[in-house]
Write a protein that binds this ligand. Structure first.
Ligand SMILES: [Zn+2]
Length: 260
């Protein structure tokens, strides 16, 4: 599993705003957009009852796409909640992660289907160094952030613990780690090796976090019973979201009210 992990270290982006440190749902920005689009699609359906078939098919396709975003947002929420229940100490520690200068750094997590992944690895952490501040981690979510993408599979939380380990080491050691990373991994042909050379402290911590999570999971099972499988949670959430959105559309069309 871990040989598929990769750290993607990108350089030089502008520093923007600062937020309170938290582990956050990486689908939050897409959720806002999806809700707005669903409202607009609902309005178009309501105001054009004689819409041509090809246009209605196109709208239904868009509804499905935005429904997926809502489902992935809810799945990410559910899995982060499960992570906190199983490994509360690890979760809370990462929830208050600070960089070298003591600034809190947000961690945006998305659980994504394999086919949506931008890289061929089951877990990926994205760090970017600010052009004006070598100790500030950035990601596509802005200043003082890290982005983590994890494939949706039954080992998703184990993979997240592993990426937390990388993140835990790199954020407070960003500038020195970037130099190490480029010295050690530049030119390597085996990209899955990145983050896991024998001298890579982030890789060691990633394995340690993975082992700690496995112990926490055993202890949680022993105390609280079986843990629902990710595939079951995902299937239930998708079914619930599809039904909810279909119901909302039917209600909106019937009552000529706004999609909510
Ligand atoms: Zn790794």
């Amino acid at each position: 599993m871990y040989d598929k992990c990769i750290l993607l270290l990108l350089l030089c982006l502008a520093l923007t705003t600062t937020l309170m440190a938290r582990i956050k749902n990486g689908y939050a920005p897409e959720l806002v957009s999806a809700r707005g689009c669903l409202q607009e699609l609902s309005r178009r359906l309501r105001e054009n009852p004689d819409m041509r078939d090809w246009e209605r098919r196109r709208i239904n396709l868009a509804i499905r796409e935005h429904t997926e975003t809502v489902a992935y947002y809810q799945l990410t929420d559910a899995l982060l909640k499960q992570m906190r229940e199983i490994s509360p100490k690890m979760f809370d520690f990462m929830d208050e992660l600070k960089d070298k200068r003591g600034r809190e750094t947000d961690i945006y997590v998305r659980f994504i289907p394999k086919e949506r992944s931008m890289v061929l690895f089951s877990g990926a952490s994205y760090f970017q160094e600010s052009a004006s501040d070598e100790d500030a981690s950035q990601s596509r979510f802005g200043a003082l952030t890290v982005a983590i993408d994890i494939w949706i599979c039954d080992s998703s939380l184990q993979l997240l613990a592993h990426e937390f380990g990388h993140t835990c080491y790199i954020v407070p050691n960003l500038s020195t780690y970037l130099k190490f990373y480029h010295n050690v991994y530049s030119g390597t042909n085996v990209i899955s090796h990145a983050g896991h050379s024998p001298s890579d402290a982030s890789g060691k911590l990633a394995y340690d976090f993975g082992s700690q999570f496995a112990r926490d999971r055993r202890s949680f099972r022993s105390d609280s019973g079986p843990i629902p499988h990710v595939s079951v949670i995902a299937r239930n959430i998708r079914k619930h979201v599809e039904e909810l959105i279909a119901w909302n559309f039917a209600e909106a069309l019937a009552s000529a009210s706004t999609f909510d």
